[in-house]
Design a protein around this ligand. Sequence first.
Ligand SMILES: [Zn+2]
Length: 158
Amino acid sequence: MSIKAWPDRRLTLPKPPLWQCPRCGHRFVTKNLWHSCVRVSLATHFRGKPPDRKRTFDRWLQAARVCGPTIAYAQKTRITIQARVRFAGAVVRVGHLDATLWLRRRVTHPLLDRVEDFGRIGYVHHFRLTSPGDIDTELKALMCEAHQVGTQELKAAR
Ligand SMILES: [Zn+2]
C-alpha cells in the first residue's frame, strides 16, 4: 500500500456529539459546562442601537457561516458564535460593534482594538467595527482561521 493511501486520522476520526443543555437548548462539547443558561432573543441586543450595528453583525455572522457550520447564541451581554466550541462573538455597543475572534496566534489589523491573552489556549482579538464594509478580506480570512479553532482541528500552538 502506498503511503499516500493512508487517511489522515486527525481529520477522519469522528468527534463525539455536542451535549445540549435541557434548559436553554445551547450546545456544548462538555456535559454540564458552566454557562449563563439564559434565552435572550438576538433582537434584544440591537434594540435602541443604530441600524448599522445590526447590519455589521449580520455581515460578521455571514463571514463565519462561509467558513463552515456555525451556531450563534444570544446571551445576556454578548452574542457568541460557535462551531463545536466558541470561536467568535460580538458585543453591540452604541458607537460600534465589539467583534471578537479567538485565534491561536496574535495578529494585527487596522481595526484591532485590544487582545486578551489566554496563554496556551490562544488570544481573543477585539475588533472595533462600525459598518459592514469594515469586514474586509483579511478579517474574513481570520474568521476562517478562528473557525478552525472552533472545530477543534488545530492543536494548541504553544
Ligand atoms: Zn443552559
